[in-house]
Design a binder for this molecule. Structure first.
Ligand code: ZN
Length: 196
């Protein structure tokens, strides 16, 4: 089993590498309101799914929450994304779902009060460099799930993101399924991904 996980990770890295150096780069790097991205690797009985979305698609805003309702929306979204299960319909119940990575937007509005001025040159600058969203004043959610199944998942997957988040209008999908790879663009009327 561990070698198949290694294969899966290799395939996933491949998709990322391909994304950064080819025509897929645009989709991998873009932050387009209304669009979210899926990077999917299906290998045997394992399915790895990365979901990336501008925060505004999920929250309705892309800044620190101000009202109680916005704080609740942020909490609900984080909770839903962390626990998976919401994204894809028809995954066999024999699959074990784990969340391998999770990133929520970190808004640094309170920097000036929380950080001492003495620290600004060290920690503070560092944070800015490492956070590409600051420069753009945009922010993303990013989560990566692994479905480890007893039987191979179907080769057609219905994506439920549109049902959960009205702010998602399109989904750009890069996938690798065993020996094949492809690109798809899904929307509310056409939410089914087909690995063929
Ligand atoms: Zn944005």
């Amino acid at each position: 089993m561990s070698s198949s996980i290694n294969n899966l990770i290799c395939a996933f890295l491949l998709i990322l590498t391909a994304g950064s150096s080819s025509t897929l780069a645009q989709s991998a790097d873009s932050h387009v309101h209304g669009n979210a991205e899926l990077n999917i690797v299906l290998m045997g009985q394992q399915l790895q799914v990365e979901f990336v979305s501008p925060a505004i698609n999920l929250l309705g805003f892309e800044r620190p929450p101000i009202t109680d309702e916005e704080s609740a929306a942020m909490d609900d979204t984080i909770n839903q994304l962390r626990h998976g299960g919401w994204l894809i319909e028809g995954i066999p119940t024999a699959c074990q779902l784990s969340t391998e990575e999770f990133e929520a937007p970190v808004y640094e509005e309170h920097e000036s009060s929380e950080h001492d001025h003495e620290h600004e040159s060290s920690e503070h600058d560092h944070q800015h460099e490492s956070s590409e969203h600051d420069a753009e004043a945009h922010s993303n959610f990013r989560v990566r799930y692994l479905y480890d199944c007893d039987t191979a998942p179907r080769r057609q997957l219905k994506i439920l993101a549109f049902d959960h988040y009205s702010g998602i209008e399109t989904l750009t999908v890069q996938w690798i399924a065993d020996q094949k790879q492809g690109y798809a663009r899904l929307n509310r009327d056409d939410p089914v991904l087909d690995f063929e």
